[in-house]
Design a binder for this molecule. Structure first.
Ligand SMILES: [Zn+2]
Length: 323
């Protein structure tokens, strides 16, 4: 019995000692060898005359106020604020090192804002120096054979060929998109290539493009016809009905951005299921017919390098809107 009582007693003494030490620890001020720089983490933080909510309010400190903490007791810190001694609740304090002075970081040059960084875009500047009349299937499994790539139209006043205009705008678009944080691939960067429309679609898939933007210009026997339009597959397309809705959305946004930036007349998005380059696509695709090279005004505008920058900016705005 006595052994048990003694043991019980010693256990109780031990527990009481631990409790006493823990309690006392809270009452002992933690003194620093040197002052510690702290900042207030809230607004209207009270500086009080004593370490208690009953202490007189000496000052109301703004968020981010710099204080010298001299010691800490429980949830109260003894601080010096602009020469004034007092106490602040430690819940509203943080180590100054973790909260750099905003004035010190204000001069860091902000990064160029990236709107939709990381998305992968394939640009296909339509046509090439020489068309290729050899044929290829109009879509996967299609018995309809079409020319691999046609020659395209040309400018009535500028004398530019469509393949020259589409590459010029394609390069400007690549620069614009790259500056906005996109990853950009181009089906061609020179005129002297032979890449069929089917191969252009397959290239876009091979680089992991999320969208394919195909640049073209229109031609008409009527020189008065002008303006821009976009082509997208319809929901009834036998090959790519699954990307019809997203392609129409992409087409609509790109055409809107393009017309807003250039002032070109918006002739709308047209459904088209005959384009080999779209029928082989595996991601949302749009063909932008940027204007009529057979219209003197459209042609002169589109041949102007400054105007081409507007064209590229407008298309990029539409791509931003799509993503
Ligand atoms: Zn074309």
């Amino acid at each position: 019995m006595s052994i048990v009582r003694n043991r019980l007693l010693s256990v109780m003494v031990f527990i009481m000692t631990v409790l006493l030490l823990l309690g006392a620890g809270g009452r002992f001020n933690r003194a620093y060898g040197a002052e510690k720089n702290v900042v207030t983490t809230g607004s209207n933080v009270r500086l009080r005359s004593s370490a208690s909510l009953d202490g007189e309010i000496l000052a109301s400190l703004p968020k981010g106020a710099a204080l010298k903490e001299t010691s800490r007791s429980g949830e109260w810190a003894a601080v010096n604020y602009n020469g004034k001694q007092g106490y602040v609740n430690t819940r509203f304090l943080a180590d100054a090192a973790a909260f750099p002075d905003p004035a010190a970081t204000a001069n860091i040059t902000p990064q160029t804002p990236v709107k939709t960084g990381g998305h992968v875009v394939c640009i296909d500047p339509g046509h090439q120096a020489k068309g290729d009349s050899k044929t290829e299937p109009n879509g996967p499994g299609s018995g309809v054979m079409k020319a691999r790539v046609t020659g395209g139209t040309h400018g009535s006043v500028s004398g530019l060929y469509e393949y020259q205009l589409t590459l010029a705008v394609g390069e400007a678009l690549k620069n614009e998109l790259t500056a906005r944080g996109y990853t950009v691939y181009m089906t061609r960067t020179s005129h002297d290539v032979n890449i069929s429309n089917m191969e252009r679609a397959q290239y876009a898939a091979s680089v992991g493009a999320e969208i394919s933007v195909r640049l073209h210009a229109n031609g008409s026997t009527n020189p008065a016809v002008s303006g821009a339009l976009a082509l997208a597959p319809s929901a009834a397309n036998p090959y790519v009905a699954g990307i019809a809705a997203s392609s129409q959305s992409l087409s609509s946004k790109v055409l809107s951005g393009y017309c807003a930036a250039t002032g070109m007349a918006n002739k709308g998005v047209q459904a088209n299921d005959t384009m080999t380059g779209m029928n082989w696509c595996t991601m949302p695709v749009t063909i932008i017919e940027m204007g009529f090279m057979t219209n003197p005004s459209d042609d002169a505008n589109m041949a102007n390098p400054d105007f081409q920058k507007k064209m590229a900016k407008g298309i990029a705005d539409g791509i931003d809107a799509y993503f």
